[in-house]
Design a protein around this ligand. Structure first.
Ligand SMILES: [Zn+2]
Length: 296
Protein backbone atom coordinates (compact mmCIF):
# COMPACT_ATOMS: atom_id res chain seq x y z
CA UNK A 1 0.00 0.00 0.00
CA UNK A 2 1.49 3.32 -1.08
CA UNK A 3 -0.30 6.50 0.01
CA UNK A 4 0.61 9.81 -1.57
CA UNK A 5 0.76 12.54 1.05
CA UNK A 6 0.35 16.05 -0.29
CA UNK A 7 2.33 18.32 2.02
CA UNK A 8 0.56 21.43 0.64
CA UNK A 9 3.90 23.13 0.07
CA UNK A 10 3.53 26.89 0.62
CA UNK A 11 -0.23 26.42 0.35
CA UNK A 12 -0.01 24.86 -3.12
CA UNK A 13 -1.69 21.53 -3.78
CA UNK A 14 0.12 18.76 -5.69
CA UNK A 15 3.50 20.52 -5.64
CA UNK A 16 5.48 18.40 -3.16
CA UNK A 17 4.71 14.85 -2.01
CA UNK A 18 5.95 12.29 0.41
CA UNK A 19 4.84 8.68 0.43
CA UNK A 20 3.60 6.51 3.26
CA UNK A 21 3.99 2.76 3.01
CA UNK A 22 2.65 0.27 5.50
CA UNK A 23 4.36 -3.09 5.82
CA UNK A 24 3.35 -5.87 8.23
CA UNK A 25 4.76 -4.23 11.32
CA UNK A 26 6.24 -0.94 10.14
CA UNK A 27 5.35 2.46 8.81
CA UNK A 28 7.77 3.68 6.17
CA UNK A 29 8.11 7.15 4.67
CA UNK A 30 9.73 8.04 1.35
CA UNK A 31 10.75 11.74 1.27
CA UNK A 32 9.89 14.10 4.12
CA UNK A 33 9.28 17.53 2.63
CA UNK A 34 10.81 20.50 4.50
CA UNK A 35 10.56 20.59 8.28
CA UNK A 36 7.79 23.20 8.23
CA UNK A 37 5.55 20.59 6.57
CA UNK A 38 5.85 18.20 9.49
CA UNK A 39 2.55 19.16 11.15
CA UNK A 40 0.76 18.85 7.81
CA UNK A 41 2.22 15.36 7.31
CA UNK A 42 1.29 14.45 10.88
CA UNK A 43 -2.29 15.57 10.26
CA UNK A 44 -2.65 13.70 6.96
CA UNK A 45 -1.19 10.51 8.43
CA UNK A 46 -3.61 10.79 11.32
CA UNK A 47 -6.46 11.09 8.80
CA UNK A 48 -5.26 7.79 7.36
CA UNK A 49 -5.61 6.30 10.83
CA UNK A 50 -1.87 6.09 11.46
CA UNK A 51 0.56 7.62 13.93
CA UNK A 52 3.49 9.67 12.60
CA UNK A 53 5.57 8.68 15.65
CA UNK A 54 5.54 5.07 14.47
CA UNK A 55 7.51 5.84 11.29
CA UNK A 56 10.91 4.23 11.95
CA UNK A 57 12.23 3.99 8.37
CA UNK A 58 12.63 7.05 6.17
CA UNK A 59 14.03 6.79 2.63
CA UNK A 60 15.15 10.03 1.02
CA UNK A 61 16.16 10.52 -2.61
CA UNK A 62 18.54 13.39 -1.94
CA UNK A 63 19.18 16.15 0.56
CA UNK A 64 17.58 19.14 -1.17
CA UNK A 65 15.35 20.73 1.44
CA UNK A 66 12.04 20.01 -0.30
CA UNK A 67 12.94 16.29 -0.17
CA UNK A 68 14.59 15.76 3.20
CA UNK A 69 14.67 19.09 5.05
CA UNK A 70 12.26 17.56 7.57
CA UNK A 71 14.17 14.27 8.02
CA UNK A 72 15.52 15.40 11.40
CA UNK A 73 11.96 15.63 12.78
CA UNK A 74 11.40 11.95 11.99
CA UNK A 75 14.84 11.07 13.39
CA UNK A 76 13.75 12.71 16.67
CA UNK A 77 10.92 10.13 16.73
CA UNK A 78 13.53 7.38 16.42
CA UNK A 79 13.54 6.85 12.64
CA UNK A 80 16.53 5.69 10.62
CA UNK A 81 17.19 7.85 7.55
CA UNK A 82 18.43 6.00 4.44
CA UNK A 83 20.51 8.24 2.20
CA UNK A 84 23.41 8.36 -0.28
CA UNK A 85 26.82 8.46 1.51
CA UNK A 86 27.50 11.94 0.07
CA UNK A 87 24.23 13.15 1.57
CA UNK A 88 24.82 11.51 4.95
CA UNK A 89 27.47 13.98 6.13
CA UNK A 90 25.15 16.89 5.30
CA UNK A 91 22.34 15.41 7.36
CA UNK A 92 24.76 14.99 10.25
CA UNK A 93 26.26 18.49 9.87
CA UNK A 94 23.84 20.64 7.90
CA UNK A 95 25.79 23.96 8.12
CA UNK A 96 27.24 23.67 4.61
CA UNK A 97 23.86 22.69 3.18
CA UNK A 98 22.19 25.64 4.91
CA UNK A 99 24.86 28.02 3.60
CA UNK A 100 24.55 26.88 0.01
CA UNK A 101 20.74 26.92 0.16
CA UNK A 102 20.92 30.45 1.59
CA UNK A 103 22.92 31.48 -1.48
CA UNK A 104 19.97 30.42 -3.64
CA UNK A 105 17.01 31.39 -1.44
CA UNK A 106 18.37 34.28 0.64
CA UNK A 107 15.95 35.67 3.20
CA UNK A 108 13.21 33.27 2.02
CA UNK A 109 15.03 30.34 3.69
CA UNK A 110 12.95 30.14 6.85
CA UNK A 111 9.65 30.82 5.12
CA UNK A 112 10.30 28.08 2.56
CA UNK A 113 11.93 25.39 4.62
CA UNK A 114 11.69 26.05 8.35
CA UNK A 115 14.45 24.89 10.69
CA UNK A 116 17.16 22.49 9.52
CA UNK A 117 18.61 20.53 12.44
CA UNK A 118 21.35 17.91 12.63
CA UNK A 119 20.69 14.18 12.83
CA UNK A 120 22.63 11.80 15.06
CA UNK A 121 25.00 9.71 12.91
CA UNK A 122 23.65 6.54 14.54
CA UNK A 123 20.32 7.22 12.83
CA UNK A 124 21.75 7.80 9.37
CA UNK A 125 22.26 4.81 7.12
CA UNK A 126 24.56 5.36 4.10
CA UNK A 127 23.36 3.16 1.28
CA UNK A 128 25.51 1.50 -1.40
CA UNK A 129 24.49 1.49 -5.06
CA UNK A 130 22.05 -1.38 -5.72
CA UNK A 131 21.90 -2.21 -2.02
CA UNK A 132 18.65 -3.80 -0.86
CA UNK A 133 17.12 -2.53 2.37
CA UNK A 134 14.65 -4.95 3.85
CA UNK A 135 11.74 -3.79 5.99
CA UNK A 136 9.49 -6.75 6.81
CA UNK A 137 8.74 -8.29 3.42
CA UNK A 138 9.46 -5.10 1.46
CA UNK A 139 12.79 -4.65 -0.28
CA UNK A 140 13.91 -1.16 -1.25
CA UNK A 141 16.62 -1.11 -3.91
CA UNK A 142 18.89 1.94 -4.05
CA UNK A 143 19.57 3.13 -7.59
CA UNK A 144 22.33 5.73 -7.70
CA UNK A 145 21.00 8.25 -10.18
CA UNK A 146 23.08 11.45 -10.39
CA UNK A 147 22.44 14.28 -12.86
CA UNK A 148 20.09 16.46 -10.83
CA UNK A 149 22.22 15.95 -7.71
CA UNK A 150 25.45 13.97 -7.41
CA UNK A 151 24.07 12.16 -4.34
CA UNK A 152 20.68 11.23 -5.78
CA UNK A 153 19.03 7.86 -5.18
CA UNK A 154 15.90 6.59 -6.89
CA UNK A 155 14.25 3.97 -4.69
CA UNK A 156 12.78 0.89 -6.31
CA UNK A 157 10.09 -1.05 -4.45
CA UNK A 158 8.77 -4.12 -6.29
CA UNK A 159 8.02 -2.72 -9.75
CA UNK A 160 7.59 0.94 -8.91
CA UNK A 161 10.27 3.59 -8.52
CA UNK A 162 10.31 6.71 -6.35
CA UNK A 163 12.22 9.04 -8.61
CA UNK A 164 12.89 12.12 -6.46
CA UNK A 165 13.96 14.75 -8.99
CA UNK A 166 15.76 12.60 -11.56
CA UNK A 167 12.55 12.04 -13.55
CA UNK A 168 11.72 15.75 -13.35
CA UNK A 169 8.34 17.08 -12.29
CA UNK A 170 4.97 16.27 -13.79
CA UNK A 171 1.87 17.55 -12.08
CA UNK A 172 -1.46 16.09 -13.19
CA UNK A 173 -1.77 16.40 -16.99
CA UNK A 174 0.93 19.07 -17.21
CA UNK A 175 4.29 18.90 -18.99
CA UNK A 176 7.42 17.12 -17.75
CA UNK A 177 9.78 19.76 -16.35
CA UNK A 178 13.28 19.19 -14.96
CA UNK A 179 14.73 21.09 -12.00
CA UNK A 180 18.34 22.13 -12.52
CA UNK A 181 19.59 23.93 -9.40
CA UNK A 182 23.32 24.33 -8.68
CA UNK A 183 25.81 22.89 -7.92
CA UNK A 184 25.72 19.34 -9.34
CA UNK A 185 23.75 19.47 -12.58
CA UNK A 186 25.30 17.14 -15.13
CA UNK A 187 23.51 16.41 -18.38
CA UNK A 188 25.53 13.31 -19.32
CA UNK A 189 25.08 11.70 -15.89
CA UNK A 190 21.40 12.58 -15.97
CA UNK A 191 20.96 10.71 -19.25
CA UNK A 192 22.78 7.68 -17.79
CA UNK A 193 20.47 7.79 -14.78
CA UNK A 194 17.36 7.87 -16.97
CA UNK A 195 18.69 4.72 -18.67
CA UNK A 196 19.23 3.07 -15.28
CA UNK A 197 15.59 3.70 -14.40
CA UNK A 198 14.32 2.54 -17.81
CA UNK A 199 16.36 -0.66 -17.50
CA UNK A 200 14.53 -1.53 -14.30
CA UNK A 201 11.28 -1.52 -16.32
CA UNK A 202 9.10 0.08 -13.66
CA UNK A 203 5.34 -0.01 -14.17
CA UNK A 204 4.84 3.25 -12.28
CA UNK A 205 6.89 6.24 -11.25
CA UNK A 206 6.20 8.10 -8.03
CA UNK A 207 7.37 11.67 -8.45
CA UNK A 208 7.97 13.93 -5.48
CA UNK A 209 6.62 16.67 -7.77
CA UNK A 210 4.02 15.06 -8.06
CA UNK A 211 2.41 11.70 -7.54
CA UNK A 212 1.87 8.59 -9.60
CA UNK A 213 2.60 8.37 -13.34
CA UNK A 214 2.21 5.37 -15.65
CA UNK A 215 3.19 6.50 -19.12
CA UNK A 216 6.89 5.99 -18.60
CA UNK A 217 8.19 5.88 -22.16
CA UNK A 218 6.44 9.12 -23.02
CA UNK A 219 7.52 10.67 -19.72
CA UNK A 220 11.24 10.17 -20.32
CA UNK A 221 10.99 11.20 -23.97
CA UNK A 222 9.51 14.51 -22.81
CA UNK A 223 12.08 14.92 -20.05
CA UNK A 224 14.96 14.38 -22.48
CA UNK A 225 13.46 16.83 -24.93
CA UNK A 226 12.95 19.57 -22.33
CA UNK A 227 16.41 19.07 -20.83
CA UNK A 228 17.93 19.53 -24.27
CA UNK A 229 15.83 22.63 -24.98
CA UNK A 230 16.70 24.24 -21.64
CA UNK A 231 20.43 23.51 -21.85
CA UNK A 232 20.57 24.78 -25.44
CA UNK A 233 18.55 27.88 -24.50
CA UNK A 234 20.94 28.83 -21.69
CA UNK A 235 24.03 28.12 -23.80
CA UNK A 236 22.78 30.38 -26.55
CA UNK A 237 21.25 33.14 -24.44
CA UNK A 238 23.88 33.55 -21.76
CA UNK A 239 26.04 35.13 -24.43
CA UNK A 240 23.21 37.44 -25.42
CA UNK A 241 22.07 38.44 -21.92
CA UNK A 242 25.23 38.91 -19.90
CA UNK A 243 23.31 40.38 -16.97
CA UNK A 244 22.17 37.50 -14.79
CA UNK A 245 18.92 39.14 -13.75
CA UNK A 246 17.93 39.72 -17.35
CA UNK A 247 18.93 36.19 -18.34
CA UNK A 248 16.82 34.78 -15.49
CA UNK A 249 13.87 36.99 -16.41
CA UNK A 250 14.07 35.89 -20.05
CA UNK A 251 14.41 32.22 -19.13
CA UNK A 252 11.40 32.44 -16.86
CA UNK A 253 9.48 33.99 -19.73
CA UNK A 254 10.65 31.26 -22.10
CA UNK A 255 9.59 28.46 -19.72
CA UNK A 256 6.24 30.13 -19.12
CA UNK A 257 5.71 30.38 -22.88
CA UNK A 258 6.50 26.67 -23.32
CA UNK A 259 4.13 25.66 -20.50
CA UNK A 260 1.33 27.80 -21.88
CA UNK A 261 1.53 25.86 -25.16
CA UNK A 262 0.20 22.89 -23.19
CA UNK A 263 -3.06 24.72 -22.52
CA UNK A 264 -3.05 24.07 -18.79
CA UNK A 265 -4.77 26.10 -16.09
CA UNK A 266 -3.25 29.10 -14.35
CA UNK A 267 -3.55 27.15 -11.11
CA UNK A 268 -1.47 24.28 -12.49
CA UNK A 269 1.17 26.71 -13.76
CA UNK A 270 1.42 28.15 -10.25
CA UNK A 271 1.82 24.66 -8.81
CA UNK A 272 4.71 24.01 -11.20
CA UNK A 273 6.41 27.28 -10.33
CA UNK A 274 6.02 26.57 -6.60
CA UNK A 275 7.50 23.06 -6.93
CA UNK A 276 10.12 24.02 -9.41
CA UNK A 277 10.83 27.74 -9.90
CA UNK A 278 12.69 28.13 -13.23
CA UNK A 279 15.05 30.80 -11.81
CA UNK A 280 16.91 28.07 -9.88
CA UNK A 281 17.73 26.28 -13.08
CA UNK A 282 19.51 29.24 -14.65
CA UNK A 283 22.39 29.12 -12.17
CA UNK A 284 22.54 25.31 -12.30
CA UNK A 285 22.72 25.08 -16.08
CA UNK A 286 25.14 28.02 -16.36
CA UNK A 287 27.43 26.27 -13.92
CA UNK A 288 27.25 23.05 -15.95
CA UNK A 289 28.30 24.83 -19.15
CA UNK A 290 31.07 26.71 -17.35
CA UNK A 291 32.54 23.50 -15.90
CA UNK A 292 32.29 21.78 -19.26
CA UNK A 293 34.07 24.65 -20.94
CA UNK A 294 36.86 24.67 -18.34
CA UNK A 295 37.41 20.93 -18.73
CA UNK A 296 38.03 21.17 -22.46
ZN1 LIG B 1 16.33 18.37 -5.84
Amino acid sequence: MIKIIDINFQGYKSAVACFLIKSETNLILVETGPSNSYSQIEKKILELGEDVNKIKHVFVTHIHLDHSGGAWRFAKNGATIYVHPKGASHLENPEKLINSATMIYGDKMDMLWGKVDKIDSKQIYSVRDNELIKVDNYKFKALYTPGHASHHIAWKLNNVIFTGDVAGAKIKNGPVMPACPPPDINLELWEKSIKIIEKEKPTKLYLTHFGEHHNIKDHFEKLRKTLKLWFDWIKKNELKYKNNEILTYKFNDYVLGEIKKENISEELINQYFAANPPYMSVAGIKRYWKKKHENK
